[in-house]
Design a protein around this ligand. Structure first.
Ligand SMILES: [Zn+2]
Length: 373
């Protein structure tokens, strides 16, 4: 695959920066400039180290099963919720959730609802310190939502969806498809989690429709939303929604494992985490942009390949005809834009060669399927 060559390229650049002969370089420049340059390279080296780390596929063995299912109390104290800040909005949220989902998958929702804390506050300082532009936050550890003073109703429903899908125990957070231990130490699935949260927000609460299409501008969440929409077509809507609310990343991986290897799945998850982290960067470095292009390309190929593999399996099981397979594969590919644009940057999502290799790989899967009986 294309990926390996490009990955080596990143490693090469990192190595070049690390092996740079700073001492002889500094002797030839003025002291103040030297300090500035040293600082510049130190920052760059660290940044490139973190890009390298963020591209390294995570290990499937680190993904934990969801919290054990216990009998839970599904009583809701409407009065106390109504008395909270944003009480009316929380009540509307509860109504939509109860109307649309099976109570069996809503344990996290009922548990967290009992103690949820919601407040509005200025997120200016937080955004400045973390270099983000969040309009809302949810802390699974404290079961607490903070909403920026000036934002719309879909911010609170986005954060409430995080609340409805989170479980915190022993410093380990499971939130939808995201798992993390001590913040960043072990953080898996944040990309698909944010994308899917926004997809559900839009589906059930009319969340922001981020502009996207062929050669259209892209927002980070908009692109990740598209990725998870395409992922859901492989997994199935009902299945994927219940895995999300039960915070079952492991279940999602098992579901995808029908079509893709664990290694391929973990690479896909790592790539989408990378996209979340770097696509919002306004002034990306050359390496960041190269790596982003690779991640965007690889994640699209993963989706196309595994969607066709899923169709192949359906064809074998007599659920769809060969004609339908071709039609569905065609529609699916057409629904993914070839190029996305962000500011002055363009990212090629896939080209014709990628489609060829996706189809070839799906045909291989087909052969194995028929050979193994
Ligand atoms: Zn979020």
């Amino acid at each position: 695959m294309i990926s390996d060559g490009r990955k080596e390229n990143v490693q090469d650049i990192v190595a070049q920066i690390e092996n740079f002969d700073y001492n002889s370089f500094f002797r030839s420049v003025q002291p103040i400039a030297a300090i500035y340059i040293a600082n510049y390279f130190a920052r760059k080296t660290f940044k490139n180290f973190s890009i390298h780390r963020d591209l390294k596929p995570k290990n499937v063995s680190k993904v934990l099963p969801p919290p054990e299912l216990k009998e839970i109390d599904r009583e809701i104290d409407f009065e106390s919720i109504c008395a909270k800040e944003f009480g009316d909005k929380i009540l509307r949220f509860i109504k939509v959730i109860i109307e649309n989902f099976n109570p069996e998958v809503l344990n996290n929702f009922y548990n967290n609802l009992k103690t949820i804390k919601v407040s509005s506050k200025s997120l200016v300082l937080r955004n400045f310190l973390l270099q983000t532009n969040a309009v809302g936050t949810y802390s699974p550890k404290h079961n607490e939502i903070a909403i920026a003073t000036e934002t719309d109703d879909t911010t609170i429903t986005h954060e409430l969806l995080h609340m409805a899908s989170s479980f915190y125990k022993d410093k380990m957070t499971r939130s939808g498809f995201n798992q993390f231990y001590l913040k960043e130490l072990l953080n898996i699935g944040n990309g698909i989690n944010e994308g899917y949260t926004e997809l559900l927000n839009q589906r059930y609460f009319g969340g922001t429709e981020y502009p996207l299409g062929t050669r259209r501008a892209v927002s980070t969440y908009g692109y990740l939303k598209l990725i998870t929409e395409k992922l859901e077509q492989i997994v199935g809507k009902e299945k994927m929604e219940s895995l999300y609310f039960s915070a079952n990343l492991k279940g999602l991986i098992q579901e995808l494992n029908k079509y893709a290897s664990e290694e391929e799945i973990m690479k896909f998850i790592t790539d989408t985490d990378f996209i979340l982290k770097y696509l919002s960067n306004k002034r990306p470095s050359l390496i960041e942009n190269q790596s982003l292009t690779n991640c965007i390309n690889r994640s699209a190929i993963f989706l196309i390949t595994n969607y066709i593999r899923m169709l192949v399996l359906q064809e074998k099981e007599g659920i769809i005809s060969n004609e339908e397979l071709k039609e569905k594969a065609n529609d699916y590919i057409k629904s993914i834009p070839h190029i996305i644009i962000r500011g002055k940057y363009e990212y090629i999502v896939y080209d014709l060669n990628d489609i060829d290799s996706s189809i070839e790989s799906a045909l291989e899967y087909r052969e194995n399927l028929y050979a193994s009986k």
